[in-house]
Design a protein. Sequence first.
Length: 404
Amino acid sequence: MKYINNIFTIENCRLDKVTKKFETPIFCYSKKKIEENINNFKNSFKAISPIICFSTKSNSNLELLKYIKKNGLGADVVSKGELMLALKAGISPKKIVFSGVGKTRSELIFAIDKKILLINCESKSEVLEIENIAKSKNKRVDIGIRLNPNTDAKTLKQISTGKKENKFGVNEKTFIEVSNHIKYSKHLNLKCLSVHIGSQILDHKPYKKMLNVLDKLIGKTSFSFEYIDLGGGMGIDYNKNNKKFDYKKYCQIIKKFLTKHKSKIIFEPGRSIIGDTAVLISRIIYIKENSKKDFIIIDAAMNDFMRPALYGAQHKIIPLVKKYKKTNKIYDFVGPICESTDKFLTTKKFQKLYEKEYVIICDVGAYGSSLSSNYNVRPKLAEILIKGSKINLIKKRQKLKDLI
Ligand code: LLP
């Protein structure tokens, strides 16, 4: 993804071609970049040959899931809907793990009937519910227990999940109590210890701390776990300041851990696979001049892409065509929604902008379309996948008549 002759281009497709053919805003993915990310991820952990389950919450586009499956990945799901989608994409149930603090009885029954690899339980009550279902079906179900390791992931507080004040997983005491119960259960197999301490983590040290906690805990139980599910969370370089996650170090730490514990590692990456594979093209509707700054009112809004409004996340915005000189004006990129938080970014030294031109919001592949909503009765956006110079429509824009 780069400028060629001053026009932003994905693979061999100039994005001005997209705006001539499709309505904006629109999500555009690069097939090659997805493949590249999957290969990088696999290569980084080659030494430990993990099971890689793509976190479908980060992107739940069926066509992308099919492609991710084709590249050998399984799925991490958190609802019956995501599980159905993963199965529809052709992902083998034996490569699907199910997490989440509030799986309902009917969701659990569905997962048990589909014989998925693991249900990662997040409370004692959930374990007992699964045992009850398994008993009624006279089955034995493979489960994991998610530990809350009380480890600070050093990321945004809204996307931290591994501290004791977070709702996720169980503490050590409950973990030991529940695993002792399972030891004598005729209907449960405790196969996995799972963790996930948060998202957009750029430092490997929190993972090191987390593995130390696991090491100590395993020492206290008499279980040897067939699987250790380390979740996802590896961050990407949104700010383009080359602060990259050190996969090599993380792999070394895990390798060391595995010299003591003979388990198969599972990962549940989302953002690191899909985050930087897409952009959102948006058109400038109006420019409202103001004494201190100009409001650049674009056709994309917080309902289309929530991360800035929800977490204060900063996503780079760049012009689709570079053609004017930079200005000293302050630009506030905002959407049309009736909320002051419907704002993407404040920039200085942007090229001069004009109405009806296009800008690009970068790195929107993860938690972009999957987090979007119909707020203000706005239809969900179309999504396209670029391969070479070809453009494939992989999701149609919703129609207003579907909403009204
Ligand atoms: N596994 C579990 C159990 C998770 O809860 C998550 C993400 C993942 C895996 C994938 O994490 P990743 O590799 O993508 O960091 N909407 C927020 C992120 C929420 C993450 C929720 N859990 C954002 O836009 O930053």
